[in-house]
Design a protein around this ligand. Structure first.
Ligand code: SF4
Ligand code: SF4
Length: 287
């Protein structure tokens, strides 16, 4: 069996302080961070022990994980396991990148978000160019606030053509945006319109809970990050029995890490193998 897992442990802190983000203001003690590290080690041990299955993993931390050595080493370990096809992580790309050389880079991928208010564009760009030089797959992206338009346009010009630059639609801001802003975002990211919807999902078939699950630091399995009800625990001997067809119980789904698994949208055709790290099949660089 192949299973994709979106892992979110106990980490809830970040080295940036984005205005719109609740994790920007949080603190964690050394004890809490040690717990996160312990949970991550246990999770990776479990992946290794379940060698009869094949896994793709996306880390979706509530905060920045890659500044902590245990996430870097976790990716090194995971990408070198024979039963792991992919290990990817959402990051602000502020960390050093030398550790990627110890990974199996064919299996490593980064979802790298540019935060113009927290990092200078040239520093972020250099990090992207370093990933390119080191042959690491990644998607770059920016939250779609019109105030970032100049930085986004410049970044698109500077990034290599083979790098996809996604724009995350700020759903509640969309009605206030001009057609010019919407056209601008679509010119940068041809897939931007896909991200602008709340997709009807109630009673629709979704891979979440079947071929993709979310797992927290204690091993609780959920269908996805958006339905709180656990469906099992990976540390129970019969964990596989929780995986089956289920219809979505939420009214809508609006986040890439969720709706890409809604069957009727057929977004597996758009993203293929890059569905977790948000890299489309087609090269969507600058025109
Ligand atoms: S970089 Fe990401 S996690 Fe950190 S404060 Fe900004 S939005 Fe939040
Ligand atoms: S449609 Fe979204 S909310 Fe519903 S099960 Fe799938 S990922 Fe979860």
């Amino acid at each position: 069996m192949h299973l994709s897992i979106l892992y979110r442990g106990s980490l809830i802190i970040c080295n940036y302080g984005c205005e719109y983000c609740p994790f920007a203001k949080k603190q964690q003690s050394a004890i809490e961070l040690a717990k996160d590290k312990q949970e991550l080690t246990k999770f990776i041990d479990w992946i290794e022990q379940n060698h009869q299955h094949n896994f793709s993993i996306l880390f979706t931390p509530w905060g920045e994980a890659l500044i902590h050595p245990w996430y870097q080493q976790g990716l090194v370990r995971l990408t070198n396991l024979p039963n792991v096809s992919k290990a990817a992580i959402q990051t602000n790309l502020s960390c050093k990148l030398d550790w990627v050389e110890d990974c199996n880079k064919d299996k490593l991928a980064l979802w790298a978000t540019f935060h113009p208010e927290w990092i200078k564009r040239d520093r972020y760009l250099n990090q992207c160019l370093e990933l390119n030089r080191r042959n690491v797959s990644f998607s770059a992206g920016v939250v779609g606030f019109p105030k970032f338009k100049q930085e986004i346009a410049a970044l698109r010009q500077e990034l290599p053509n083979n790098v996809y630059l996604w724009i995350n639609a700020v759903k509640k801001e969309l009605p206030k945006m001009s057609q010019g802003d919407l056209d601008f975002f679509e010119a940068i990211d041809p897939l931007f319109p896909i991200n602008t919807h709340h997709y009807p999902s109630r009673d629709r078939s979704c891979q979440a809970g079947k071929s993709v699950i979310s797992v927290d630091g204690e091993g609780n399995m959920r269908r996805c990050h958006f339905i709180r009800q656990p469906i099992g625990n990976i540390y129970n001997s019969n964990w596989e029995s929780a995986l089956r067809d289920r219809l979505c119980s939420n009214e809508t789904c609006h986040c890439h890490i969720g709706y890409v698994h809604l069957d009727y949208l057929e977004l597996d055709k758009v993203f293929g193998e890059g569905i977790l790290e948000r890299i489309p099949v087609a090269t969507l660089g600058k025109n």
